[in-house]
Write a protein that binds this ligand. Structure first.
Ligand code: HAM
Length: 428
């Protein structure tokens, strides 16, 4: 028996009837992002594993459990240092440094659209290959609350432009403060969590010393109850950080962006400082984050680059499409379908199709003769705007019947008058 292959678990084929939905989301994303001055950047799908470990943090779930490392059969030692990218930020920062972008512009507004890879346990909305549209603003001139507010507003605009209504998603906002504040925050958390240590799950008991922030994201019921009872506040913040966050909130309000301050929002990646945010869609169930982001003041210098500030976000495209609830794109796929009732008609239609395509319209036909009914069914399936019917009678009279599939009107035009067919397609 021949072996049948299936796609790897946690990946998906995007079939032709779904591709138009993806293209629509990509086009709208590109439009919005460029309206805000962001330009597209494309980096490799894999990078040195160390780049991800150093930026996202050794103790992050992604680095500990979800990296998809590459192994080459030719040079194992070399290739084993690479991993498929689990996110975009680290690679963009690597490219920013490597291409000396700081010397070329005061602010680099970059965006990306493409697949990311994480070896997670697959479930609805959680894949091993998924897609993100993301944006990063990096540079010496980027430490401004206006930029934070603008970037968050851009993410919200993007979701609205994609077709979601404001009621379908929810914006949560927090600040971790500067790296010193973040240190204070972790001390503050440990003090408050210490009395409840025995109530936490074994994973969180481990996290207590290694990465206490992760406890705030734990899905375990008892851990959540402990966290809910902590009554967190912003007392760990310095005056400057408190003012910065207040300015971000005011700027968001001036843009009419609704948000909720969530003291427990810390995000799962180590590089964040100051503003962090997450946009969720409650209707999606357990994997409800549509996107997230935040400021990362120390990452560029930590990876060997200049001391510049940065902020970014990424939306999960599969989740946005799930939230939209569409499985098939609307609209017409084809301009003209040609029906041929005998060999002579097929030969003639073959040439008409060429001329129609040369004129810039889409045209298709079946290459084997079948009944009128089955060829018309194919035209319907292709959602063709017009159909040409060429049978024995038409050939005898030297005409073709052209039918407008939207309003059912049809007319006969001289067989040789392809220009007339084309002008019908054009809507003249
Ligand atoms: P993240 O929260 O890890 O952040 O991912 C951003 C979004 O990608 C999530 O909110 C979710 O919609 C989607 N996503 C993540 N993992 C999966 C998965 N396994 N399956 C489906 N969708 C998924 C980042 O990646 C940061 N790089 C965002 C950022 C950019 N921060 C600053 N700049």
């Amino acid at each position: 028996m021949t072996q049948k292959f299936s796609l790897p678990r946690g990946t998906a084929d995007i079939l032709p009837h779904e591709v138009a939905l993806w293209q629509d989301l990509e086009t709208k994303s590109r439009n919005i992002l460029s309206r805000f001055g962001y330009r597209e950047i494309r980096t490799p799908l894999f990078e040195e594993t160390e780049l991800f470990a150093r930026s996202m943090g050794q103790t992050s779930d992604i680095v500990q459990k979800q990296m998809l490392a590459l192994k080459s059969q030719n040079d194992e030692a070399d290739a084993s240092n690479f991993a498929l990218r689990p996110e975009g930020t680290a690679a963009i920062v690597r490219s920013y440094i490597q291409n000396d972008l700081d010397k070329k512009e005061a602010i680099s507004k970059l965006f990306y659209v493409g697949p990311m890879f994480r070896g997670e346990r697959p479930q609805k909305g959680r894949l091993r290959q998924f897609h993100q549209v993301g944006a990063e603003a990096i540079g010496p001139n980027t430490a401004s609350p206006y930029l934070d507010a603008e970037l968050i507003a851009m993410a919200v605009n993007l979701l609205k432009e994609a077709g979601l209504s404001a009621g379908q998603f929810h914006l949560k906002l927090n600040t971790l403060g500067s790296s010193e504040d973040k240190e204070n925050f972790s001390k503050y958390l440990r003090e408050r969590l210490k009395p409840h240590l025995s109530q936490l799950c074994p994973d969180c008991q481990n996290r207590f010393e290694r990465n206490v922030f992760r406890i705030l994201d734990c899905k375990n019921r008892e851990c959540r109850a402990v966290v809910a009872g902590l009554k967190l506040d912003h007392s760990y913040l310095s005056e400057d950080s408190r003012k910065y966050f207040g300015d971000v909130c005011s700027a968001l309000e001036s843009l009419n962006i609704k948000y909720e301050v969530s003291f427990a929002l810390v995000r799962g990646l180590d590089y964040y400082t100051h503003t962090v945010f997450e946009i969720s869609c409650p209707a999606l169930g357990s994997q409800d984050a549509l996107g997230a982001g935040g400021r990362y003041s120390g990452l560029v210098s930590q990876l060997g680059g200049p001391q510049v500030d940065a902020i970014g976000f990424a939306l999960g495209m599969e989740r946005v499409l799930l939230a939209l609830g569409k499985t098939e794109a609307e609209g017409q796929a084809l301009d003209l379908w040609l029906v041929s009732m005998d060999e002579k008609a097929l030969k003639q239609n073959f040439l008409v199709a060429k001329q129609v395509r040369d004129a810039g319209f889409s045209a298709d036909m079946s290459y084997k003769l079948s009944s009128m009914k089955s060829q018309m069914r194919l035209a319907g399936k292709m959602k063709s705007r017009y159909v040409i019917i060429l049978g024995e009678e038409e050939l005898g009279k030297g005409v073709v019947t052209i039918k407008n599939m939207q309003n059912g009107e049809q007319e006969q035009v001289p067989l040789k008058d392809v220009a007339k067919i084309i002008s019908s397609l054009r809507g003249d």
